[in-house]
Design a protein around this ligand. Structure first.
Ligand code: FBP
Length: 560
């Protein structure tokens, strides 16, 4: 028996607010046939059975006669990195299928997609579900990053699906895992296996979003946790007035997390990877812009500051991007050869296969960074950016530049630029936090909605809950065909159909809000201290969604 904190005990009784659309009997409304966001022909060719399906919307239908419902058995998989609210998606599915029929059963596959292939599972009964309601983490059944896209895996899965008489599998994951959900749905449909596959949008990174999926769950809570921490660092920084804090933030490729945290905490600088790419900024340009801010503040006696660095930055610096792309190709192509070599021999081998231009980029980077770029990719072919210490790289290069600027000056000269750096990486600190009210409600609705999608026979769909800045009772629920979000991208040295990642768009309001304010925030000290997530109290304190969501979905003329 584990000891529970007071908050855990009180939070267990929180009843997530269910959208009105899902409170009683529902009617399914089908939209028009759909198309993928790009590369329509190729996507259609690869998904002949599930391409073009209509969008589904659920509307309340009190007059609907309860059909002769049968029990539904469902299997659930948590896939990829942890994100606050995963347990509520599972409890939503559980309550959803139990409402359809009290004898329905839910099975959790253990430690991610591997659990399905290895037939490692547990039945999730009411007492287990109740233990985990409104809690952070994925520890109810564990998670994993195994890529689920091979015929053998699907066939192994089918054995246990048949044994447990599962009507559906729900995959709770990010863009890669939901891409695999679509591949799996297509495979089972094409092979006449009567099992449905439904995806749920999870990732703290916030990059699984589009017109129909307004947010991935976990982004709200994680950014609130990081913003609390950044606010605390800023206040320390403003109290001591002697350090520059370089704070790297998770988020893999996209800079949504860094941007949201910047909007919440108003640091002196927030680098946005997408902007770096747009303006073809090289590492030296970034270092110059940071140094300029440090020097300007120093002139006003402000030898301190806070800088947010998105963890994927390095992949967006054009020369580094070209280098990483070629490294990805080489490492995928020569995987068997490279894996037998010791680390030093691996570096020699890879260097020998690089183009001269990429080799010279590699040589211009500090040795440790070069090594970090050559580390193993994750099972989906991504560079493990959380292992790359960009925050330290930047502060070291700024220090070097300041050394030149300070050359010939004494430390007590009035124009000597003082610079002491501190480093932080906030990522794992936020992924398992107790979900905010927003994530607790949103996740529960996603799960409950997934049960409805299963009940209406959908497969290859993502659970979609929209109108998220409205009160949760007004949220719109339904399903979006996963193929609709796909395009073709280069992965592991091959062209693959994948869900298009949503990067920060510089025309969108969250970025514009930052760029309109950044000059003031860099010069002055405008820090905001958001404090910890609150779970009890007035609605304005406990139910606020992210600034990103509000800016993206509130028409400008409706803003107060
Ligand atoms: P998902 O895309 O699976 O949600 O994971 C996101 C993430 O938290 C990234 O922000 C981070 O770069 C990565 O996972 C870290 O991966 P790991 O947990 O394997 O160290």
């Amino acid at each position: 028996m584990t000891t529970k904190s007071v908050l855990q005990k009180l939070r267990a009784s929180y009843q997530p607010k269910l959208p009105q659309a899902l409170c009683g009997e529902v009617k399914m409304v089908m939209g028009d046939p759909t198309e993928s966001v790009a590369d329509q022909e190729q996507i259609q060719q690869q998904f002949p059975m599930t391409y073009g399906m209509p969008q589904i919307t659920f509307v309340p239908d009190d007059k609907a006669k309860k059909a002769d419902a049968k029990p539904i058995n469902v299997g659930v998989i948590l896939s990829g990195g942890q994100a606050p609210g995963g347990h509520n998606v599972i409890s939503g599915i559980f309550d959803g299928i139990k409402r359809i029929h009290p004898e329905s059963r839910l099975y959790g596959f253990l430690m991610g997609p591997d659990g399905l292939v290895k037939h490692d599972y547990m039945e999730l009964t009411a007492d287990i579900i109740d233990e985990y309601r409104n809690t952070g983490g994925f520890d109810m059944i564990g998670s994993g990053r195994t890529k689920l896209d091979k015929e053998e895996q699907f066939e192994k899965g089918l054995e246990i699906i048949r044994e447990l008489n599962l009507r559906a599998i729900v995959i709770i994951g990010g863009d890669d895992s939901n891409t695999n959900a679509a591949i799996m749905a297509e495979y089972y449909k094409a092979h006449g296996a009567k099992v449905q596959v439904i995806g749920c949008p999870k990732t703290i990174d916030g990059d699984l979003k589009n017109e129909f999926i307004e947010a991935s769950f976990g982004f709200d809570t994680a950014t609130k946790v990081y913003s609390e921490l950044i606010g605390n660092v800023e206040r320390d920084c403003f109290s001591a007035r002697k350090y520059w804090h370089f704070i790297k933030l998770m988020g893999r490729s996209a800079s949504h997390i860094a941007l949201e945290c910047a909007l919440q905490t108003q640091p002196n600088l927030c680098l946005i990877s997408e902007e770096v790419e747009e303006y073809c900024l090289e590492l030296s340009d970034i270092v110059t812009s940071i140094t300029n801010i440090v020097v300007k503040r120093a002139k006003r006696g402000l030898n301190f500051g806070t800088i947010l660095v998105p963890e994927g930055l390095i992949e967006f610096i054009p020369s580094c991007k070209a280098l990483i792309e070629q490294l990805n190709e080489i490492m995928a192509k020569f995987k068997p050869e490279v894996s037998t070599l010791d680390p030093d021999a691996q570096v020699v081998f890879i260097r020998e296969h690089l183009d001269p231009e990429n080799l010279s980029t590699l040589d211009s980077l500090p040795k440790t960074l070069g090594r970090q770029l050559m580390l193993d990719r994750d099972p989906h072919g991504n560079v493990q950016v959380s292992l790359i210490e960009t925050e330290k790289l930047l502060s070291t290069l700024v220090k070097k530049k300041l050394k030149q600027i300070n050359k010939g000056k004494q430390k007590d000269d009035p124009d000597y630029v003082k610079f002491k750096a501190m480093h932080h990486f906030f990522g794992y600190e936020g992924r398992c936090a107790a979900p905010s009210n927003f994530d607790a409600d949103y996740c529960y609705a996603l799960g409950f909605n997934a049960a409805q999608l299963i009940n209406c026979g959908a497969t290859g769909y993502m659970s979609s809950v929209r109108d998220l800045i409205k009160p949760s009772s007004e949220w719109r629920c339904g399903g979006i065909p996963i193929t609709m979000m796909m395009n073709i991208e280069r992965r592991n040295g091959e062209d693959k159909p994948v869900i298009r990642k949503a990067l920060v768009d510089m025309k969108d309001r969250p970025f514009l809000e930052y760029s309109n304010n950044r000059a003031t925030w860099s010069k002055e000290t405008c820090y905001v201290y958001p404090g910890p997530i609150q779970y009890f109290g007035p609605s304005e304190l406990i139910d606020q969604p992210t600034k990103t969501l509000i800016l993206e979905h509130t028409p400008e003329d409706e803003e107060q």
